[in-house]
Design a protein around this ligand. Structure first.
Ligand code: GLA
Length: 727
């Protein structure tokens, strides 16, 4: 069978079938059109090894010499009567190619491999998207006579280059997506997520690269796993020198048992290769996101609206008049979407009660939400509403009426003696695998969206659950699919409504949920300093138009830090911009600065939400420079940020990456403005670089290679620069 060569945007994926199974023999730099006879790749056979070359297939398996983590694990009970209850059969499949089909004009492949004796067949879909992102998913079908218990089906890519360093992300509440780095060594490196949701610590990106790979240099092979439930991500590095990067759903005991003819589909593994550091990986993800037909429209007419979210402004203190006042102030400053957060539904005076009772609280809102919605829309803003549909407080009518709708480890409800999972923020999870519970939640949300003029849902999920269970059996797999179905059904019924994926901040940020939502809440932390890191790494994968970023109160509620408004504004600009602050408390001067920041965002959101992201490699560890450059290189917006005190007296000259070397640009400071009078708050110099007040003109090459001397930024301050072509 001829090899298949998928090519796109500087990336090649070369698939060979000579061994009898599908193998990715190259995933990396583009190979050009000419491929030699792949027989030349036949490896030597070492002593003390199998007598034939071992195959590291698309689905690595022991039957062809893979001694690492196999892609498929499971077993069946024997089909014949005598052994009908004995497990362990078909433990080691030998999947061999049945058919190969090139799809999508040569950018995709559909490969079927099967083992008739084991009664298993796997159909694999590969797509190399136009921006260079590779997508892999498998579907396993039980073609045998009896049930097959699936333990794991992983999607893997071979790590073929000289990757010696591994970078992954981890975090916790209010500190999502922090990088950690280590050497690639022999053995298996694994990250497990058992949160029942993606998890604050889940690694949005696992990147292996050549020594010292950085934002803009080195070769990098990176993967993301698009799933919102339990999962494992791993790098398997075998003694024979072969390595894979893989990910799989982490299934509970007996969670997936396939009857004859039934199938299981893996979540999608997304993989990006870059020959120019992490920025190239980011570019492949951004291009993929933005090419989706359902991607938020950032260009024509409906640009990402400026948001005001009420959470850090009023918390649970819902009263019409103050909220109307807040709305009027917000509209006056230029806000375009007003989002009413937690606290509007029955019994929800604090976080102990009410979840599940998705009816407007008549005691707080005697005339429903309509008066507020009317006010908000009359002011020219959209109205958004917070919901947490998968959750239930025991202190709620729905939990009292339907104790059997609570997910947990027991087959019977807690009213009948069953054990409940531990509470978390005083709440439990509704068992969406139960069709009645699913229908109830769907109907309530559908009614809310039908009866009220709601343009946006902030869809929250505020607890981990390690003990997801339906009718006494593990159910996080089914629960996650039921959650996806809920989103899909609501989007189909209310196509104009945008949905945000929030989970105590960023505990559900993944490409599975983002196929059916329009932005994420990156973190509950609105502290601009923390946000610098959180957003830098969230936006390594997600384009900024999908990453909610709000200007919080002067005194950060989650860290207690105080930051200048210009630093907070510059930080929020590089996302889907908004406010989360009781602006009734802001001083008139602060409000004027906010007005200018909002206008600035509106002027530049077209660029921020469509351009290519650049993150400079700087020698000064506490200095960051990142930006967005238009695809036509006509302009760029850059933020230089002092994340702490700098090691050197002065930041020195800093290059602006990504501009067209041949064109001439004019660079100006947009924030802080001298008009705000806060230059002296931001800079600590005796005299400033001459170009600062008047602007600088230089070629893109000069700006990248020589750079501009930055003023001496005080710690936790930032400066926003705009470069536009003059020639
Ligand atoms: C979560 C969210 C917050 C807020 C609260 C409301 O913590 O992440 O933004 O909506 O819930 O209870």
């Amino acid at each position: 069978m001829d090899p298949l060569h998928l090519r796109s945007a500087g990336t090649s994926v070369l698939l060979a079938f000579d061994s009898g199974e599908a193998e990715i023999v190259h995933w990396g730099a583009d190979l050009g059109a000419s491929i030699p006879d792949l027989g030349l790749l036949s490896p030597p056979i070492p002593h003390s090894s199998y007598d034939v070359p071992a195959v590291g297939g698309l689905l690595p398996q022991a039957s062809s010499g893979w001694l690492g983590r196999p892609a498929l694990r499971g077993h069946r009970t024997a089909a014949d009567q005598a052994q009908s209850s004995v497990p362990g059969f078909a433990f080691s499949p030998a999947l061999r190619v049945v058919s190969v089909e090139a799809t999508l004009d040569g950018r995709g492949a559909r490969i079927v491999q099967a083992d008739a004796d084991a009664g298993l067949s796997v159909a694999s879909e590969l797509v190399l998207h136009e921006g260079g992102l590779l997508e892999i998913a498998h579907e396993l079908t039980n073609t045998g006579a009896g049930p097959y218990q699936l333990d794991e089906l992983a999607a893997v890519v071979p790590l073929l280059g000289d990757a010696t360093e591994l970078l992954d992300l981890t975090g916790r509440w209010c500190r999502e997506n922090h990088p950690q780095r280590q050497a690639v060594r022999q053995g298996t490196w694994v990250r497990s997520g058992r949160h029942g949701r993606t998890g604050h610590d889940s690694s949005l990106l696992v990147a292996a690269g050549t020594a010292g790979f950085s934002n803009r240099t080195g070769r990098v092979w990176a993967v993301h796993f698009g799933w919102s439930g339990n999962h494992e991500q791993y790098l398997d590095s075998l003694a024979d020198g072969r390595r894979t990067l893989g990910a799989a759903e982490l299934l509970g005991s007996g969670e997936v048992v396939l009857g004859p003819g039934e199938s299981y589909r893996t979540p999608v593994l997304y993989a990006a290769y870059s020959g120019r550091g992490l920025d190239g990986v980011t570019d492949a993800f951004y291009r993929w996101f933005r090419a989706r037909p359902h991607h938020v429209d950032t260009v024509s007419g409906r640009e990402r609206p400026v948001v005001l979210n009420t959470w850090e402004a009023v918390y649970f203190d819902h009263r019409l008049e103050p909220l109307e006042e807040l709305a009027a102030l917000a509209a006056d400053l230029g806000v375009e979407r007003f989002v009413l957060d937690d606290g509007w539904f029955r019994g929800r005076r604090d976080d102990h009660a009410g979840l599940g009772d998705w009816y407007v609280d008549e005691t707080v809102w005697p005339d429903g939400l309509t008066p507020l919605i009317d006010k908000v829309t009359a002011l020219g803003m959209e109205f958004g509403l917070w919901v947490e549909p998968e959750m239930v407080n025991l202190d709620s009518d729905v939990a009292r009426t339907h104790p059997e709708w609570i997910a947990g480890p027991s087959a019977s409800s807690h009213k009948d003696g069953g054990r409940l999972p531990l509470e978390w923020r005083h709440q439990q999870v509704i068992d969406l695998v139960n069709p009645d519970a699913w229908q109830y939640v769907y109907s309530r949300l559908d009614a809310l969206l039908t009866e009220n003029n709601i343009a946006y849902l902030k869809w929250d999920q505020n607890r981990d659950l390690a003990e997801y269970g339906h009718a006494g059996r593990p159910s996080v797999h089914e629960q996650t699919l039921a959650f996806y179905r809920l989103l899909d059904a609501l989007r189909a019924a209310h196509p104009g409504v945008e949905i945000e994926s929030c989970a105590s901040g960023g505990a559900r940020v993944d490409l599975g949920v983002l196929q059916r939502t329009d932005r994420v809440w990156a973190s509950d932390c609105n502290d601009a300093l923390e946000r610098q890191t959180i957003q830098r790494w969230t936006e390594a994968v997600l384009p900024p138009e999908l990453v909610g970023a709000h200007i919080g109160p002067t005194h950060s509620h989650t860290t207690g830090r105080v930051h200048d408004l210009s630093f907070r504004a510059i930080t929020a600009l590089f996302g889907h911009f908004g406010l989360e602050w009781d602006i009734r408390q802001a001083t008139p001067a602060e409000r004027e600065t906010l007005r200018r920041a909002i206008a600035l965002y509106k002027r530049h959101r077209g660029l921020i939400h469509s351009g290519e992201r650049v993150v400079a490699d700087l020698g000064e560890p506490k200095l960051a420079l990142q930006g967005v450059v238009a695809h036509d290189r006509g302009e760029g917006l850059f933020a230089a940020v002092a994340l702490g005190t700098l090691a050197a007296e002065a930041p020195g000259r800093v290059g602006l990456p990504g501009l067209d070397p041949e064109r001439e640009y004019r660079v100006e400071v947009l924030l802080p403005t001298p008009a705000d009078g806060d230059w002296s708050d931001t800079f600590a110099d005796v005299s400033r670089p001459g170009w600062l007040a008047a602007g600088a003109t230089a070629s893109g090459r000069f700006l990248a290679e020589v750079g501009l001397p930055l003023p001496i930024l005080r710690p936790e301050h930032a400066i926003l620069l705009h470069a536009t072509t003059v020639r």
